[in-house]
Design a protein around this ligand. Structure first.
Ligand SMILES: Cc1ncc(COP(=O)(O)O)c(C=O)c1O
Length: 409
């Protein structure tokens, strides 16, 4: 019996070292804890890593998606326009379209990649379609060549949701750098974590001030770091407004924004992890390769995430989906693993047909067979940077034992 194993193999991990503690302490000593110089430093590290001009840190990945979509409203996207996204997705991607007053339109996914099926995108395009969100689910890159070609032919903006894919590459290029915007989440289950947090990156500097304004209520301020929240506590631009009755830029609003700033404590955690990002990504990738190898013989029973030659995966997790003709219920294997200390999560499900929140759109069950199958039969386990080879072997042993118990080995 393996129930004696004390260690729990978790989906996510939190690493808070000396560096982060020092930065947090410094923020406390200076009495500067809301968005300030450390948030900006974290943004600079994201900019340097991705080779882009602009990164804007926000309070969650959901805010990153919502603000990215809202920014496009300043570039011709109108209320009620349609946003194409995969049916299999974390719910917040659809929610962000709703929050931005746009309409999510769903496309089924590919059974091998778990990502949006490019062959099915064009049939969903209408004269209201303006944006395409190819979510890189579990860290696996979407076929960006196909997506970018479709976007170009149909004049669509691409907002790449890379919330689960910091550090993954498609044909050598980092995910998040293909679209007009790339979005990231730093929630605890993700590649790096700030507790809660997110970011938007873009190579188009025109959006820098718009994104900063949108994350801060729509203020007229467009500074990369708020001057009031650095040591001087004074802002030389504050009374620059020359319009009507109002003169204080911080209390003069250009657009309807959000309250979505990251704070200094979160940024301190992010700085430490971005300084070690290559190590984190390498370890996650090695774990994926190792676990894929020791589970390969179960390919006849389950579809698992695979890294192809043209990609490098910085994985969120290891997803596994029980094949339809295999007489096993997900609940059985998940319970078996949980009882043995291996934490699991379900693979999200088809947003339009498996989540009551989206029933109002009127899609019928069966419209997204692949997403629904993954929603019904899939689960994932952790393979993060604090999981070692022994842990992976333990996970594989438990899974093998389960199949043996069911008479399938
Ligand atoms: C693909 C994807 N997009 C967006 C989000 C939203 O991120 P957050 O939880 O930071 O709001 C998540 C969260 O898990 C996600 O998995």
């Amino acid at each position: 019996m393996k129930t004696s194993k004390k260690k729990r193999i978790t989906i996510g991990t939190v690493n808070i070292g000396e560096r982060a503690r020092e930065l947090v302490e410094d923020a406390f000593l200076r009495n500067r804890i809301s968005s300030g110089r450390y948030v900006r430093r974290f943004e600079e590290l994201l900019e340097e890593f991705h080779g882009v001009k602009c990164a804007v840190a926000v309070s969650s990945g959901t805010d990153a998606d919502t603000i990215a979509l809202s920014a496009l409203k300043e570039d011709g996207v109108n209320e009620g326009d349609e946003v194409i996204m995969p049916a299999l997705n974390f719910i917040s991607v659809a929610n962000s379209a709703i929050h931005a007053h746009l309409k999510p339109v769903f496309v089924d996914v590919d059974r091998k990649t778990f990502n949006i099926d490019p062959d099915l995108i064009e049939e969903k395009i209408t004269d209201r379609t303006r944006v395409l969100i190819p979510t890189h689910l579990f860290g696996k890159p979407v076929d960006m060549k196909r997506v970018l070609d479709i976007a170009e032919e149909n004049d669509l903006f691409v907002v790449e949701d890379a919330c689960e894919a910091l550090g993954s590459r498609y044909k050598g290029e980092l995910l998040g750098t293909f679209g007009i915007f790339g979005t990231f989440s730093f929630y605890v289950a993700h590649i790096i974590t700030t507790g809660e947090g997110g970011a938007i990156i873009t190579g188009d500097n025109r959006y820098d001030g718009i994104l900063r304004s949108l994350r801060s209520h729509g203020r007229a301020c467009a500074c990369k770091v708020c001057q009031l929240n650095v040591d001087s506590g004074e802002c030389p631009y504050r009374f620059d407004v020359e319009d009507g009755d109002l003169e204080d830029k911080r209390f003069y609003f250009l657009r309807i924004g959000y309250s979505a700033k990251m704070n200094e404590i979160e940024a301190a955690l992010g700085i430490e992890q971005m300084e070690k990002i290559e190590e984190v990504i390498t370890k996650r990738n090695e774990n994926l390769t190792y676990l894929s190898g020791i589970l390969e013989d179960l390919g006849e029973y389950m579809v698992m995430m695979r890294q192809e030659a043209h990609e490098f995966i910085s994985p969120l997790c290891m997803p596994m989906v029980i094949r339809e003709d295999v007489p096993i219920e997900r609940a059985d294997i998940v319970n078996y693993l949980e009882e043995r200390g291996v934490e699991t999560r379900p693979t999200f499900g088809s947003i339009p047909t498996q989540h009551p929140a989206y029933r109002f759109l009127g899609y019928e069950y069966g419209s997204f067979p692949n997403a629904e199958w993954i929603g019904r039969k899939g689960f994932y386990v952790g393979i993060h940077q604090n999981i070692d080879k022994g842990d992976l072997e333990y996970i594989a042993e438990c899974i093998h034992d389960f199949f043996k118990l069911k008479g399938l080995r």
